[in-house]
Design a protein around this ligand. Structure first.
Ligand code: NDP
Length: 415
């Protein structure tokens, strides 16, 4: 049916590529292009022999001209951006110049400022519309499936959604005292930033990890979770009409938080360049170099993830609650595609998003967040391609399990 150019060949891309090869009816041909071509070649060698034709290429995705030349040579129907958030705009520029559909899993973030927001990518709306091409933003799990869950809840279960709590729980254990489950630089930038949530039309800011709750996750059990700012909050606040509050919580174990605080205190998480032996280095990039490569966590990680959304709102004039979530098992993901569940839960929706565009199920020129499309074919595909979802019409609510104020203060003090 189509040809995809996949940019990046890290943890997430590896899963997406495995899934494209499983789905060869849609992905007849893929080209894997990244900064380090040897990684693309190694993956090609592993996956060659199936129905999907695989080629590889070297590309610096910070360079628009290089990207244009590559797209002109490969002639893909869609570019799947699985490099880093820093490359979003250069890849979008190249897609515009060549009139090629675009998709990513994370919104743009300038390399020198730890600030991510959609404004930069939303600015491309008119240009993509005029070019007759689609940009699908944020087709991972969160953002991604959480937006699809929201659109699905609104379409099938509510007349009005008033409250959304997004709960991201990773109960996996990799056995290291400290490691991040995806790109350490991106992960640490996210969790050391201030928290923020949307309430009554305004953004409320918190200190990093200031708000803690305990939640009893289905199939996982009780976990501590902390309020973070996460990129889908920005688009859902716009795209879910009348929503009063949206929050995002992620689980962290005490050991992770203690290590992070220590690294922060000694300056290792800073993105300000410093001089070291006559060379400018960025401490966070150096830290990334000494931490375990997320791709190496696959064989070591055991346990489950549970990511989902709890909605509260009105249906036929009555109050209603609804929880939809996916549970994924690290070991099973590793057995299937050689990656742990964090890469898996992102890589599968990336394949599905690209499939929605290639099959014409999602077809509107312009720049869109995922919740702006019909959720039904995506929800169906999640069940088929490895991320089945479950529903609960009477879930435990987040604040039902509120922890005592004294404990909250203690946590804030140590966080
Ligand atoms: P990795 O660091 O494992 O992989 C990134 C890949 O991009 C590497 O292959 C890297 O090449 C390549 N790359 C980086 N810079 C360039 C460049 N300038 N030109 C070409 N290639 C480049 O990251 P992950 O796979 O963990 O994450 C990929 C994306 O997924 C990130 O944007 C991340 O934010 C996003 N993500 C989204 C989630 C969601 O749920 N929505 C969850 C988790 C991640 P090299 O091998 O040379 O380093």
């Amino acid at each position: 049916m189509g040809k995809a150019l996949i940019i990046g060949c890290g943890g997430v891309a590896s899963v997406t590529i495995h899934k494209c090869v499983q789905n060869s009816e849609v992905f007849e041909e893929i080209c894997i292009a990244s900064r380090t071509k040897s990684k693309c070649d190694a993956l090609k060698a592993k996956l060659d022999g199936g129905k999907t034709k695989i080629t590889t290429a070297q590309v610096d995705a910070d360079n628009v001209d290089e990207l244009i030349a590559l797209i002109e040579r490969v002639k893909p129907d869609i570019v799947i951006n699985l490099a880093l958030p820093y490359q979003d705009l250069t890849i979008m520029d190249a897609c515009l110049a060549t009139k090629t559909h675009y998709m990513d899993t994370a919104n743009y973030e300038p390399e020198d400022t730890a600030k991510f927001e959609y404004s930069w990518q939303w600015e491309y709306r008119e240009r993509f519309e005029k070019a007759g091409i689609t940009a699908l933003l944020g087709s991972g799990f969160d953002p991604g499936v959480t937006g699809v869950f929201s659109a699905y809840a609104l379409k099938h279960h509510f007349d009005e959604i008033e409250y959304i709590d997004i709960l991201d729980c990773n109960a996996g254990d990799h056995g290291y005292p400290f490691a991040t489950n995806f790109n350490p630089e991106i992960n640490i930038r996210e969790v050391t930033a201030n928290g923020r949530f949307f309430q009554n039309g305004e953004w409320v800011e918190t200190k990093p990890m200031e708000i803690k709750r305990v939640y009893d996750f289905p199939e996982v059990g009780q976990k501590d979770m902390y309020l973070l700012y996460h990129e889908e909050l920005e688009s859902l606040a716009v795209n879910i009409p009348g929503v009063k509050r949206i929050r995002f919580f992620m689980t962290f174990g005490q050991s992770y938080l203690t290590h992070l605080k220590c690294l922060e205190n000694v300056g290792m998480t800073s993105i300000e360049p410093i001089e070291f032996e006559g060379k400018q280095i960025i401490p966070l990039q150096f830290l990334k170099a000494v931490l375990p490569d997320p791709a190496s966590l696959g064989p070591r990680t055991k346990g489950k993830t549970n990511i989902g959304c709890i909605f509260k709102g009105k249906k036929d004039g009555k109050d209603k609650t609804y929880y939809v979530y996916n549970v994924c098992v690290h070991e099973e993901c590793y057995e299937e595609v050689g990656s742990q569940a964090v890469s898996y839960t992102t890589g599968v929706p990336a394949m599905i998003g690209a499939m929605m565009i290639l099959t014409g199920k999602w077809n509107k020129p312009g720049v869109y967040n995922i919740e702006e499309f019909d959720p039904d074919p995506f929800m169906e595909a999640l069940n088929k391609w490895g991320l089945p979802w479950q529903e609960d019409h009477n879930p435990l609510l987040v604040d039902a399990d509120r922890i005592p104020e004294t404990e909250k203060e203690l946590v804030a003090e140590h966080a």
